[in-house]
Design a binder for this molecule. Structure first.
Ligand code: NAD
Length: 263
């Protein structure tokens, strides 16, 4: 049985992840953390009844991870939280699934170093959905054939999302840039803004949109749009729980969802 700890267990993603863990036969919820609601049962937020696992103060992360014999910590919080907590968990020998987006390159480097020092395995992905990872594969392939086309990425999310553009849009841009030997990014356009050979990236924030990503390849007289639309956050939660089960069987190292899914 794999002991899973969830960081941000009262949040939109964290509570869904708790729900998915309770539906798994290979895993059990060992610990749950957040910055408030201490002492309340984690099952309350996941609407799955009493689980006997209280929300712990994230300040006690290291000691509670040890006491609960957690094998893996799933973190969907905020960049400022992940940069503090992921290194603590890694150095305590706990494997990691990081879903938090908006990490800077410097923050990512600090986390990578802690994972190496702690000799743990981790999956870090801006998007845990199976469909999005297949979408990544398709856009990489399309970019190779459409190098001369104008390329724009348009993403849309709910009005509570903090970071912009989305981690998934940035990952899509990086995949295309890598396929084409390096591209500049232009974020939105305003005023006199003639188009160059860049990848344009545009964010929409509105209502309760779960997450849409479109890559537009436009040439003269034709265009291709490759689009992924998330209908529910369950796709991310299911992928994160799948990755948690997978990562516990791996050698120490940092992996992506491509590795988990064998893409
Ligand atoms: N990788 C993916 O597939 C994927 C999918 C969806 C969302 N996300 C990302 O996951 C993150 C969370 O998204 P959400 O919609 O669940 O947000 P949310 O605001 O609903 O939940 C975040 C939770 O983290 C808690 N939190 C904040 N700071 C904390 C800290 N220092 N320690 C412990 N807990 C803390 C909050 O109290 C809250 O309960 C965001 O970065 C979002 O972009 C990633």
């Amino acid at each position: 049985m794999i002991n899973v700890a969830v960081l941000g267990a009262c949040g939109r993603m964290g509570s869904l992840i708790v729900e998915n863990i309770t539906n798994s036969t290979d895993m059990q919820l060992a610990a749950a953390f957040d910055i408030n609601n201490f002492g309340r049962d984690a099952g309350e937020f996941a609407h799955v009844g009493n689980l006997g696992v209280k929300i712990s103060d994230v300040k006690d992360l290291e000691s509670v991870l040890k006491e609960s014999k957690a094998n893996v910590l799933i973190d969907f919080t905020a960049a400022g939280a992940t940069i503090v907590n992921a290194p603590v968990a890694a150095r305590a020998g706990v494997n990691l699934i990081i879903g938090t987006t908006g990490l800077t390159a410097e923050q990512r480097a600090v986390i990578d170093e802690a994972i190496q020092e702690g000799q743990v395995s981790a999956v870090i992905s801006p998007n845990y959905s199976v469909g999005v990872n297949v979408f990544f594969k398709i856009i990489r392939e399309a970019a190779r054939y459409l190098a001369d086309y104008d390329i724009e990425i348009i993403e849309a999310h709910h009005n509570q999302k903090k970071d912009a553009p989305s981690g998934t849009a940035l990952r899509a841009a990086d995949i295309i840039s890598e396929a084409l030997g390096g591209k500049e990014y232009v974020y939105g356009r305003e005023g006199i803004a003639p188009r160059g050979k860049e990848i344009g990236i545009h964010g929409v924030r509105a209502g309760d949109i779960t997450g849409d990503h479109t890559v537009l390849f436009a040439g003269n007289s034709e265009r291709i749009e490759i689009k992924h639309m998330a209908h529910s956050r369950q796709i991310f939660a299911k992928g994160a729980v799948l990755a948690a089960e997978w990562v516990c069987r791996q050698e120490p190292g940092i992996y992506s969802m491509n590795d988990v899914l064998g893409l």
